[in-house]
Write a protein that binds this ligand. Structure first.
Ligand SMILES: *Cc1c(COP(=O)(O)O)cnc(C)c1O
Length: 422
């Protein structure tokens, strides 16, 4: 099946006279006929549902759909994108371990890696885009367990060279984890380029309607966890009567371990109702992504000609720093987010922001409605102008998340807001 079809039909297969739409199975528990039946599930929780802290039919239908879209062997939903990235790492890292990450990633993930994981004893080395392969390889230590990057970085809009990093990681027996939130599997399928694990914040385009936060981890099934570096995958797990995940579950070892062990212990599993809403977003994901890309490219072209704008960053725009990588990884479009720098800095950017009428001022992206955010006075407001520049955030920078309104209305709104700049 092609993506448009998977969006509608993957994950739920009703039988004769069953509901046509996946129902909300609003129950924490599942009934059994006997204690023996329950005991059998405790021996192998993949055999049946037992408790909604780590498995629920409505959520699992969505997991199957997302896994199908990415081309994976299985997926696990979480209550947020943050939780997805946290568990993706903790599934293979413990205190004393180390990861290598691109620095062009979501701010929340930088905090997670540089501050919180560090406090838990997991260190991160950040690459930079000027490094040679040899310089990147030099960051790898004996305790390194994974590489991490983001297909289209939020908010830098850098395109990650998945194939290059997958080659380096694999040469050293390490998996590559890619956060594919901004591209979604409609625009890029990282597994096709050698990535091993994909994560998402489903709060963005997948949900699409700004209704609920969520995340997901998808397993390609391709990484050889039995290469000697990942004993927690191969050695007996004392919390499951000595199960070896690779021996018992083969290609799905990583994602089944994440559910059986981490989700059981951390319990950040979404509710059936959230999954039901997420599924509504997924049903139209393919058609929405096409329209986001089409609208964003037109808005980016308009902004490029706008006299109040100093700089436009959109990887789909010819001449953009990441245009060549976008041509390789994002053939069908570069998603819906554009970064601009308003001439005249912070004051003019704020004048522009305060006069948009159709676009919403909100701390969100990938909404179905166009929204704008001014990092210098909002998410990064504690920094001085000099610190902002050092952090790669210019005082006049505005992040525009282009929605699905008619593109002429979006451009007219931005245009009238610019006209207030003196
Ligand atoms: C928003 C976002 C996250 C965090 O997701 P939440 O659902 O807000 O926890 C992670 N990665 C990327 C790329 C994001 O845009």
């Amino acid at each position: 099946m092609k993506d448009e079809t998977k969006c509608l039909h993957s994950g739920y297969h009703p039988k004769n006279s069953e509901p046509g739409v996946m129902p909300i199975v609003q129950s924490t528990t599942y009934r059994f006929d006997s204690t023996e039946d329950i005991a059998a599930v405790f021996d192998d929780p993949t055999k049946a549902l037992i408790y909604s802290r780590f498995g629920n039919p409505t959520v699992m239908a969505v997991e199957e759909k997302i896994s199908d879209l990415e081309g994976g062997v299985g997926a696990m939903c979480t209550t947020s994108g943050q939780a997805a990235n946290l568990l993706a790492i903790l599934n293979i890292c413990k205190a004393g371990d180390h990861i290598v990450s691109s620095p062009e990633i979501y701010g929340g993930t930088i905090n997670l890696f540089a501050i919180t994981l560090k406090r838990l004893g997991i260190e991160t080395s950040f690459t930079n885009e000027d490094m040679t392969d040899e310089e990147i390889e030099a960051l790898i230590q004996p305790n390194t367990k994974a590489f991490f990057g983001e297909t289209i970085a939020n908010p830098a809009l850098a395109v990650f060279d998945i194939e290059r990093y997958a080659k380096i990681a694999h040469k050293h027996g390490l998996p590559l984890i890619v956060d594919n939130t901004f591209a979604t599997p409609i625009l890029c399928k990282p597994f096709e380029y050698g990535c091993d694990i994909v994560t998402h914040s489903t709060s963005k385009y997948m949900d699409g309607h700004a209704l609920q936060t969520g995340g997901v981890i998808v397993d390609s099934g391709n990484f050889p966890w039995d290469n000697g570096k990942f004993p927690e995958m191969t050695e007996p797990d004392p919390s499951y009567h000595g199960i070896s995940y690779t021996k018992q579950y083969g290609k799905a070892a990583y994602i089944i371990k994440a559910r059986m062990q981490l989700m059981r212990d951390f319990g950040c599993y979404p509710s059936a109702h959230s999954a039901f809403l997420l599924n509504l977003g997924l049903e139209t994901l393919a058609v929405r992504m096409k329209q986001y890309c089409e609208n964003a490219l037109k808005v980016a072209e308009y902004l490029k000609t706008c006299p109040y704008v100093e700089k436009v960053e959109y990887p789909g725009l010819p001449g953009d720093h990441y245009y060549d990588l976008a041509q390789k990884y994002l053939k069908d479009g570069a998603s819906g987010v554009i970064s601009i720098v308003v001439k005249g800095g912070k004051e003019n950017a704020m004048t522009f922001m305060n006069h948009v009428k159709l676009a919403c001022n909100e701390v969100h992206v990938a909404d179905i409605r166009t929204c704008v955010l001014h990092p210098a006075s909002e998410t990064h407001r504690q920094l001085t102008d000099e610190q902002l520049v050092a952090a790669g955030i210019e005082p006049g920078m505005v992040r525009v998340s282009v929605g699905l309104e008619n593109v002429d209305d979006i451009i007219a709104d931005l245009d009238q807001a610019f006209s207030y700049i003196k």
